[in-house]
Design a protein around this ligand. Sequence first.
Ligand SMILES: O=c1nc[nH]c2c1ncn2[C@H]1C[C@H](O)[C@@H](COP(=O)(O)OP(=O)(O)OP(=O)(O)O)O1
Ligand SMILES: [Mg+2]
Length: 200
Amino acid sequence: MKLSGRLVVASHNEGKVREIGDLLAPFGITPVSAGSLNLPEPEETETTFAGNAELKARAAALAAGLPALADDSGLSVEALGGDPGIYSARWAGPGKDFAVAMDRIETLLREKAALLPAQRRAWFTCALALAQPDGRCTTFVGEVHGTLVWPPRGRNGFGYDPVFQAEGAEITFGEMEPAAKHAISHRAIAFRQLVDSLKD
Ligand SMILES: O=c1nc[nH]c2c1ncn2[C@H]1C[C@H](O)[C@@H](COP(=O)(O)OP(=O)(O)OP(=O)(O)O)O1
Ligand SMILES: [Mg+2]
């Protein structure tokens, strides 16, 4: 499989579509968005990031008749048994309000008296699935580990970025320029594996 020509980015999340566009740019690929093709947003019925990424990629590739790249990702909090994990988007509710979702995590951590950085470990996971219209699919998973901070800081990125500080960083993903986030992010790690797998 190759990364060339027309490619559908099978996501309805503007922040993700922007980041995937940045990652694809060096390959001369301008993604076709799922929104512009009016592709439906499939229900995420699988129990893993990889399963949901494959489900979304296959549905889009089949509907569009083009290769499709899907991303399923989320934030897992160690002290919360890995929640919200694959439910990260759903914790933000129908209004996709991540202030609410970040508050909910913070409230649960306080209930557990988890105030020290060591008690506030978390990681982002990203599964990227590339599907062909015939149903073939390859999937890669990236993770970045760090700590949750409070209050939220920064207006860059999207979703939970303002409360996540990666190991070794002193600013949150929300405070980072896009290039700095791409240097270490779960999405960039998965993307690199995908690109490596496509090399001849
Ligand atoms: O780099 C990230 N920085 C901050 N937050 C992030 C990131 N990566 C995932 N997240 C959170 C927010 C997102 O809403 C959820 C993914 O949920 P997920 O179902 O994969 O995506 P989604 O429903 O927003 O869009 P779609 O399924 O159409 O691709 O995890
Ligand atoms: Mg989703």
